[in-house]
Unconditional design. Structure first.
Length: 133
């Protein structure tokens, strides 16, 4: 018998290599809040999704410092490609939460986030939402 998650799964930190969602059958909404989670972990977890009911993915990046390193930038490109593939299979709403800071380097955060997901951004498939979470 296939296990199911509640309609909303909020994924937090984990010491596992990734979260296997291949057996979930009623997954509708998925949230990733990363502190210790890497972009690579999120990509590996999303690759396990088989659910046809998934409708919404929300990403909460931790800080801009995690976004600027070359290795992490490549991980974002892989995530971008995977999310486009998921959307191609069936439309999934993607929301990317960000915080607009007061500092000089924080002012262009919105544009920077869009550059991390270039194909999703080009196709208009990502909603940027300024938030406190």
């Amino acid at each position: 018998m296939a296990s199911t998650l509640p309609p909303l799964a909020d994924v937090g930190t984990s010491e596992t290599p990734f979260l296997d969602l291949s057996e979930t059958t009623k997954l509708k909404n998925l949230k990733f809040r990363w502190g210790l989670l890497s972009v690579e972990w999120i990509t590996a977890t999303l690759q396990t999704i088989k659910s046809k009911t998934l409708q919404h993915i929300t990403l909460y990046p931790a800080t801009t410092a995690h976004m600027v390193e070359d290795a992490v930038y490549e991980e974002w490109q892989e995530l971008d490609c995977l999310l486009v593939q998921l959307w191609t299979l069936h439309p999934i709403r993607l929301q990317l939460m960000y915080r607009m800071g007061e500092g000089e380097g924080e002012r262009d955060l919105r544009d920077h986030i869009l550059s991390l997901l270039p194909e999703l951004s080009r196709r208009g498939l990502v909603d940027l939402v300024e938030g406190t979470d």
